[in-house]
Design a protein around this ligand. Structure first.
Ligand SMILES: C[S@@+](CC[C@H](N)C(=O)[O-])C[C@H]1O[C@@H](n2cnc3c(N)ncnc32)[C@H](O)[C@@H]1O
Length: 262
């Protein structure tokens, strides 16, 4: 697979560009700037067409075959192409990461956890976990990701799953005061030490201010297992990863959902 989150070995051209998420020009556009939302502009159609042309609709190889997603797969041109030919910011939204897979599986199997609740999905990426929350009956959902193109991908993925669009916020909320959410979910967000520290502090404030429940999906990344947050976690469920996800994630074999209780 093309991507790695900081510590895995890249395997093809993409890996050369994306071997580390840190310092990779992750945020190339100002926070909150959504080119695809400029109604009537070329970018609306151009970006949508680009995503449709350069991703494949798939529901196989993940823990949630009931969710269809547009992802970058070996049948897509850019999977094999030189990384510097990709004209946009690194497309983390085009991968369904193992942490998000576990979290989504858990929400689909346990709708009581989300039914009637307000849910914030931080670092939503392809939007699968927000989609799982919506399918399981959440009353209000916000998908947050600093990459504006993720916003378009999430909208297209909602459409694929016959869901109304989920509201999307493309700015960094970790520097802001918390809003009131009943549940915050985060899939595979602990891949960078600085980000892990910011998330930890922000989530603690959420919990202490509003009693927000926080669920974290993680496949055992070192930035997570070695972080002080470990002392405040309770294991909810551990899933064995499908073969395809294992192959794409350099040997990761399981992914776990954790309940954060500081
Ligand atoms: C590894 S991906 C995980 C995506 C998805 N949750 C999943 O499990 O498939 C991490 C995502 O977090 C987003 N991200 C990174 N820093 C962020 C921040 N401070 N606030 C919101 N999103 C962020 C990235 O753009 C990327 O889409």
């Amino acid at each position: 697979m093309a991507w790695s989150l900081g510590w895995k070995v890249p395997r093809n051209h993409w890996g050369l560009l994306l071997k580390t998420i840190r310092g990779s020009g992750f945020l190339l556009l100002p926070w909150g700037y959504c080119p695809w939302r400029r109604t009537g502009s070329f970018l609306d159609h151009g970006m949508k067409a680009f995503l449709e042309e350069n991703t494949e609709i798939t529901s196989s190889g993940s823990l949630t075959p009931e969710i269809q997603l547009r992802l970058l797969t070996p049948r897509c041109k850019f999977w094999w192409e030189r990384a510097d030919l990709w004209p946009h910011s690194d497309p983390y939204w085009a991968i369904y990461w193992p942490g998000g897979q576990a979290l989504s599986r858990y929400l689909l199997d346990n709708p009581d956890v989300v039914r009637g609740k307000s849910v914030l999905d931080i670092g939503s990426g392809c939007g699968a976990t927000a989609i799982a929350a919506k399918k399981s009956g959440a009353s209000r959902i916000l998908a947050n990701d600093i990459d504006p193109i993720a916003g378009l991908a999430i909208t297209l993925n909602c459409e694929l799953n016959q869901l109304d669009p989920i509201p999307i916020l493309t700015k960094n909320i970790l520097n802001l005061e918390q809003d009131k959410w009943e549940l915050v979910v985060l899939g595979d967000m602990f891949y960078d030490e600085d980000l892990a520290d910011s998330l930890h502090q922000w989530l603690k404030n959420c919990f202490w201010t509003y009693g927000t429940r926080v669920l974290i999906g993680d496949p055992g990344r070192p930035q997570f297992s070695g972080h002080s947050i470990q002392h405040q976690l309770h294991k909810v469920v551990e899933y064995s990863l499908p073969e395809a996800t294992r192959k794409e994630n350099n040997g990761l074999t399981t992914s776990t959902v954790w309940d954060f209780r500081p």
